[in-house]
Design a protein. Sequence first.
Length: 567
Amino acid sequence: MNRAPGTPGRSRRVWASAVVSALALTFAGAGQASAADVNNARNAGFEAGLGNWTCSANSGTTVSSPVHGGTAALKATPAGQDNARCSQTVAVKPNSTYRLSGWVQGGYTYLGVTGTGTTDVSTWTPDSGSWKQLSTSFSTGSSTTSVTVYTHGWYGQAPYYADDLSVFGPDGGGGGDPEPTVPGTPGGLTVSGTTASSVSLAWNAVSGATGYSVYRNGTKVTAVSGTSATVTGLAAATSYSFQITATNAAGESPKSTAVSARTRESGGDTGGDLPEHAVTGYWQNFDNGAAVQRISDVPSAYDIIAVAFADATGTPGAVTFNLDSAGLNGYTVDQFKADIRAKQAAGKKVIISVGGEKGTVSVNDSASAANFANSVYSVMREYGFDGVDIDLENGLNPTYMTQALRSLSAKAGPSMILTMAPQTIDMQSTSGSYFRTALNVKDILTVVNMQYYNSGSMLGCDGKVYSQGSVDFLTALACIQLEGGLDPSQVGLGLPASTRGAGSGYVSPSVVNNALDCLTRGTGCGTFKPSRTYPSLRGAMTWSTNWDATAGNAWSSAVGPHVHALP
């Protein structure tokens, strides 16, 4: 049977009839809610876990991100013959009208009610990359004292999220959630980034808040549901004052302590305030035997921290990010975000990496390019990332990846960090898809850190074959990029941090430093010596900060100072 998304157990004609009935109730019977109306659902925001809710086949759990309001939301995952149905019995009054609503995100999501004693109704939406409100209305029969409210997904589709459900109407006596109180004042307001025309802000979540308002110089300029925002349309080289308030149905909190930010001068650059010579390290959002770290554990030698990795979604080109709190010894999303802000305050950049060995993100048309740009920008804003790393080891389409990256840059602004980590085979020729993409976005590209590992012997720029594990291998392959059109400041050497970091290609830190000296100073070379030097070479990268920590941070302790001392 073809299981196309639709309304289970109903024909299209009956579904259409239900929609008409629901709409008729909305406009003809719902009317204006009275002062006595309440939300009859219990644990409507999942702040008490799955209390009062039952999910089929153990398909539901609560998560701390993404959330629409408060600190928790439902995540339900369809699998096999199960559509991830989560339900609650809600006490209602007979012969009454109720408005059913909820906020959803992710895969195909349905919201409905059964046992009304009149016409059961439901509503649904296809997959959504941001929170979307579903709502409908129903009436109860003359003897109806309870109904069953439910959400569910669809077979074979991505997980869905739900939050802040409401069965609003006369009090059924079932003890719904207490009325909300005005939330507290947000704390921790910081400036997470600036461009010539924008300022990015981040702050701490407030319990009970469903949204936040942003004030510039005392005037409200935008409202958001998350704990970060970017205020655009600002004048270059100008100072502004910002404050945040928390909001919910009960009202708005007092304004936060103000922070000041000055926009950049006009023009900008492709690395923000990144050092001329920089060290990049990948941070593992998983436990594979390397030292488990928090972002705060990453040594200060690293200038760019690439968080590995974003996750593909069911939408072509789109990504999301899920912190592996369980695998990282209980590291929470709030701690993760705070650690990112602390690193940024110390002058470091933290970016989200897309891809990896098992990455399945595919950008092959304009629609998926738009999905990529929109979703990466959403992840950047949610967590405060400074940019994105492209580590797609299963190929990429230069036409549409270029389109996606330019769209993302337009959203994020000129200070966005854009890095790439192609394999050696990807950068052997300017006709290769990765090399072409890098050249296509050269004006917004920060650095290409080619992976000098797991490749075997390769051709250098002099047409000779060089084996892994030597200064010649590093310098002769870097020469291809340096002479192929990339600026030296956009070229970095990517190496494993230890013998356990990659299957092959590890070289000691002293070999890395010799290669850096050969390329920038003309000293420390092997048999291959470049025809000229490249003093502005960006630096080096390693996989990973975790493997580096496992080996006592020997890689960053040796390579870090050497990179920062380059000419």
